[in-house]
Design a protein around this ligand. Structure first.
Ligand SMILES: [Zn+2]
Length: 296
């Protein structure tokens, strides 16, 4: 009996010793799970922080391009800091109070909200840039920016614009365009994208084409031997619309070319200098100042 008592006591002491040894050397299973989860969450959080930093960097690049490149090219004012950053401390979602007690998550959350707002602003800005670019492209394509006659076909350019002696009418009156001398049948080009307002025969202009380019611009092509476009037709810059002739009140084969802006005649020479070198352009200006008689 006494031996049994000793045995039980020894067993109890051994079990107690084993219990404390286990407690000291092994974390309880539940706590171990939480530690693992915490470790994973911290790793994920760190990754999230890196993603946000990366996105912020890319966004800064976009903002820089937007303000200092695209907006400069398109004649738009850069967005003010107020427009870019206003509202970043705005309304918070419901779960904000829950996350705010964890300072680590709260700071990430704030950075994320700021990034989201800036992205929204930037997206709107790029939409504005895209619309402006489309409008400017259409405007540039419509502008009467080339010569209506190829330089290789041009015999002479009468650059007189203003008062001059009319060779057939016999008196001085305004000459509202330029005269391009070229062989009969030389192709005549639309100088910008547009629509044909009219093409017909008139006793003064002869065979004439009226183009409307939008954005306030119109052009006229007179004394043609023939026109090959009809009212309502759409034309592209550089498209052949007719051929040089000597119809109407004209003394020889040539194209009489007019440019109008908002209903007023303007000197076409200011529009097609792209085809000429600076010297050629200067020469034409000087020559135009000397001329006193036009061809129509
Ligand atoms: Zn003329």
């Amino acid at each position: 009996m006494r031996r049994t008592g000793i045995f039980l006591a020894a067993s109890f002491v051994t079990a107690l010793a084993l219990f404390f040894w286990y407690i000291n050397n092994f974390t309880p299973i539940g706590e171990q799970y939480l530690q693992d989860e915490n470790f994973t969450l911290r790793a994920e959080w760190k990754q999230l922080e890196e993603h946000i930093a990366h996105a912020n960097h890319n966004l800064d690049e976009l903002i820089n391009q937007d303000d200092h490149n695209y907006r400069v090219i398109l004649d738009l004012q850069p967005l003010s800091p107020n427009e870019r950053y206003a509202g970043t401390g705005g309304a918070k979602p419901d779960y904000f109070d829950d996350v705010q007690q964890y300072s680590l998550i709260a700071s990430t959350f704030k950075r994320f909200e700021k990034l989201k707002h800036q992205l929204d602003v930037e997206q709107q800005s790029y939409e504005e840039l895209s619309k402006t670019a489309d409008r400017k492209l259409a405007m540039w394509a419509s502008r009467p920016a080339i010569q209506p006659i190829d330089n290789k076909d041009l015999t002479r350019l009468h650059t007189i614009f203003g008062m001059r002696f009319h060779p057939l009418l016999g008196y001085v009156r305004p000459h509202k365009g330029l005269d391009f001398t070229a062989p009969h049948g030389t192709p005549v080009y639309a100088t910008g994208d547009g629509r044909v307002d009219n093409s017909y025969y008139s006793s003064s202009y002869g065979n004439v084409i009226y183009l409307n380019h939008g954005f306030g611009f119109e052009t006229r092509y007179a004394h043609l031997s023939k026109y090959i476009v009809q009212p309502g037709d759409k034309v592209k810059r550089g498209q052949i619309i007719g051929y040089v002739g000597n119809t109407g009140t004209s003394v020889s084969d040539h194209l009489h070319y007019e440019v109008l802006f908002q209903g007023e005649h303007i000197n076409p020479i200011n529009f097609f200098q792209r085809d000429l070198s600076n010297q050629e352009y200067e020469k034409l200006i000087v020559q135009g100042e000397k001329e006193i008689i036009s061809l129509d």
